[in-house]
Design a protein. Sequence first.
Length: 331
Amino acid sequence: MPAKIETPDHANNDTAAHSIEFSDNRLLVDLCGEFDRNLAAIESRLGVQIVRRGNQLAVMGVPEAQDMATKVLEALYLRLEAGKSVEAADIDRELRMGPTDFVDQPAAQETDADRVEIKTRKKLVEPRTDAQKAYVEGLFSNELTFGIGPAGTGKTYLAVAVGVNMFIGGHVDKIILSRPAVEAGEKLGYLPGDMKDKVDPYMQPLYDALNDFLPAKQLAKMLEEKVIEIAPLAFMRGRTLSNAFVVLDEAQNATSMQMKMFLTRLGEGSRMVITGDRTQIDLPRGVSSGLHDAERLLTRIPKISFNYFTSKDVVRHPLVAAIIEAYEGDE
């Protein structure tokens, strides 16, 4: 555990440094990152200056920013002491899960007991924002969960991670992932190959998520044995999906009839997740989105969780959040 040492060695108290002492120099090197890039990321986000002095880090800036930076550094060091790594995503998470406006609203740092973690075969996944945390908690506790918001907020990624976790834990017997096979604003024509070859391009984002959580050989075997199924929405008709973790991605492109059909596939012992972005509807003009109708009709039914994301929850490149905000402002 790092020890904080107050060093008011400046005449102006607003710029007096906070010094944090770290007992393990090896972990301190990992905390700073290659060429101090981890420190640079914190400096950029919080407007502070962090200087390394032996086994100490001195944080300079306005008091509120100093406090926030100190809490982030302490939390990241605790990760390292627990045998975990510190990546850019972990820094982003600590910054996001702290108070969003630390000048006006200094809040307590999240404790280990409050953390939500999703264990998969290849990695440990942690929500990076409060909305993502509430979403993951809803995935574990509700039989039907909706995740609605812009691209890059982790709706599908987290849902697939929870599905893999529940399968590993023996809570479900299979994972079923589906999407409407709707072209995104352009006609691709007739695709060559058999049925799998024709639909796989639409399903690629789901394969990408699975590859992050399962070793390649194990994933290939599970797909071959139909323990994991990836199929277009149209293939769900007539089925009863029991003891399965079921995800419908890009649900804004399902028609009202398709949405009703899919929701009524839910069987005993199953969990169902519906994800979508209301701003990216690719249905023909005049065809209403099934996601919109589901929101309107199902919000008052108990045990159905609706979770909403905004541009603040985007966890891709920071420019993505700015782009989304620009388009939302124009609308």
